[in-house]
Design a protein around this ligand. Structure first.
Ligand code: MLT
Length: 270
């Protein structure tokens, strides 16, 4: 892991390989290790960057509220400090990573060569979801990650994954335990504040791949398909028998779809 001082925090980033930069942005409340199978495969041909977002994994946390815009600013600063801005980047975000990708799109669309939206949605929270986030932030501050593990772990993977890949569930739980309670609370409050990004869809300037899980109960495939239809150069794929964590649950299928998309992009600008 390399370490960077970005926006007042110490960020840990796994950087491997050479070639077109692809940034993998993890979901809530996880860390870069959720992308292990993608880092291993795509670093053979691409420069892969998998950060631990502030408050997660081995990165420092900041208290209060961390907005999706702040996370996007961190990724843009990281790209600047590595000299990636001339050639641009491909951004691949899952769930909260997708919410961050929408904020990146809002502010730094010129840097994007391609966009991959996995198991996410463009809409803002409903009042009910927002209230739940406030409760969760309080509970995590009092009890630590146990509160979020209880709430989220049962919803992350499909029945098939639970049966056939128990290790996947263990890895998810360990990631949640590694996150700082302050970091979890700050990101939960940041998600609650995020604006609706639906109006951005028709103006996405780059090729976009939308990947859903057949049995994702947090970001339903039908909603993601409708989102993809509104993106001019959007492509939609659904992975059978997967839940919310498609890259971990079905790494081979996920990587095949992603590889095909990355190969279809124009060569990077010099
Ligand atoms: C995630 O996987 O990042 C979360 O499900 C996002 C959310 O809570 O909306």
């Amino acid at each position: 892991m390399q370490r960077f001082q970005i926006g007042g925090v110490d960020l840990a980033v796994d950087i491997q390989g050479r070639g077109r930069p692809v940034i993998f942005v993890h979901g809530f409340p996880l860390d870069h290790t959720m992308w292990e199978a993608q880092v291993a495969e795509f670093s053979q041909e691409f420069q892969v960057l998998a950060p631990d977002l502030r408050g997660f994994g081995a990165s420092g946390a900041t208290p209060g509220v961390v907005t999706m815009e702040r996370f996007a600013d961190d990724l843009a600063e990281l790209s600047h400090s590595l000299g990636l801005t001339a050639q641009g980047v491909v951004l691949c975000g899952l769930s909260m990573g997708g919410y961050i990708a929408f904020q990146f799109l809002r502010k730094y669309a010129g840097l994007l060569q391609g966009l991959v939206l996995c198991n996410t949605r463009a809409t803002a929270d409903t009042d009910e979801v927002r209230e739940n986030r406030y409760r969760l932030a309080n509970a995590v501050r009092q009890e630590g990650p146990e509160a979020v593990i209880r709430q989220m772990l049962p919803k992350l993977v499909s029945e098939q994954t639970r049966r056939e890949c128990p290790d996947c569930v263990v890895r998810l739980e360990n990631m949640m335990r590694r996150a700082s309670p302050e970091g979890i609370a700050a990101a939960a409050l940041g998600m609650a504040e995020r604006p609706d990004s639906s109006a951005l869809l028709s103006a996405v300037p780059c090729p976009t791949l939308v990947i859903a899980g057949e049995f994702d109960m947090l970001s339903p495939a039908s909603e993601m398909q409708a989102m993809a239809k509104n993106i001019p150069r959007g492509r939609f794929e659904v992975i059978a028998d997967a839940g919310h964590m498609t890259p971990m649950e079905k790494p081979q299928e996920f990587n095949m779809i992603l590889r095909d998309f990355l190969k279809s992009l124009e060569p990077p600008a010099r």
